[in-house]
Design a protein around this ligand. Structure first.
Ligand code: MG
Length: 253
């Protein structure tokens, strides 16, 4: 497996691309409200990318038709923005966005609860974000990806939720998906060993029920098999000399 180690100059470009990616993630999160369609969110991303002379990494990727993935409730990831899809009170809205600038990509996601008061849904979001932060805290030079996955898995399973197995994190850089694969589960001391200068997207997808997922007939949207909700948080991080740096701007909460 060939995993790129970024030079100082490349890391500076990554930082720029990732800062934009984090900005548009939070702009979309602040904009989400009932009555809006998922295509409205897509339009915000396209406008932001045009203004910043950047490209939406997912647009056209393997034929994906949107500039952002917007997945609701039991949809886990890869939801296609649509003018026919209206956001309703109580929805869990997962925003997953990538931006390419100077030839480098950022990839980040967050889940927004639209007027959500159900304690189980609030816990699902909270645990997913905390599992991501635990994965990032475990990341560093000489660390096995099994250590990162195990840290994520422990937070999720201790809370009684399940980690999606069929989709995982990944390296990110000149392309939005590259080696190494970054599972959200694993065994400490096993798997690929990280080095300073590697940049990876860590992205736990956490289901309220079982871990089983399937792809809808649109060929993209991944949904839970049991119809229960799912949450998703993601950051692109750089492995540093003594830990990890969040490149996609920490969440504002
Ligand atoms: Mg990703």
């Amino acid at each position: 497996m060939k995993v790129s180690v970024k030079s100082k100059d490349e890391l500076a470009r990554m930082r720029d691309a990732c800062r934009l990616t984090g900005e548009i993630r939070d702009i979309c999160a602040a904009a989400v409200e009932p009555g809006m369609t998922t295509a409205d969110i897509d339009a915000i991303v396209r406008d932001f990318c045009a203004k910043n002379r950047a490209a939406a990494s997912f647009l056209g990727y393997a034929g994906f038709p949107g500039a952002i993935c917007v997945s609701l409730n039991d949809e886990v990831i890869h939801g296609i923005p649509s003018a026919k899809r209206t956001i309703m009170p109580g929805d869990l809205v997962k925003l997953d966005v990538g931006v390419c600038k100077h030839g480098y990509n950022g990839d980040t996601a967050r889940t927004v609860g639209v007027g959500v008061t159900d304690p189980k849904l609030l816990a699902l979001m909270d645990v997913t974000r905390k599992s991501l932060m635990a994965g990032i805290a475990a990341t560093g030079p000489g660390v096995h990806l099994g250590d990162v996955g195990a840290a994520i898995q422990k937070v999720v399973e201790d809370a009684g939720f399940s980690v999606v197995r069929d989709y995982i994190g990944h390296g990110v850089g000149r392309t939005v998906h590259e080696d190494p694969p970054v599972p959200n589960y694993g065994k400490p001391g096993k798997g690929f060993v990280l080095k300073p200068g590697m940049t990876i997207a860590i992205e736990p997808m956490v289901n309220a029920g079982g871990c089983g997922v399937s792809v809808l007939e649109d060929g993209w949207t991944v949904v839970t098999d049991d119809g229960l909700p799912s949450a998703h948080f993601e950051h692109t991080v750089a492995v540093t000399d003594d830990g990890a740096e969040i490149l996609t701007v920490p969440y504002d909460y």
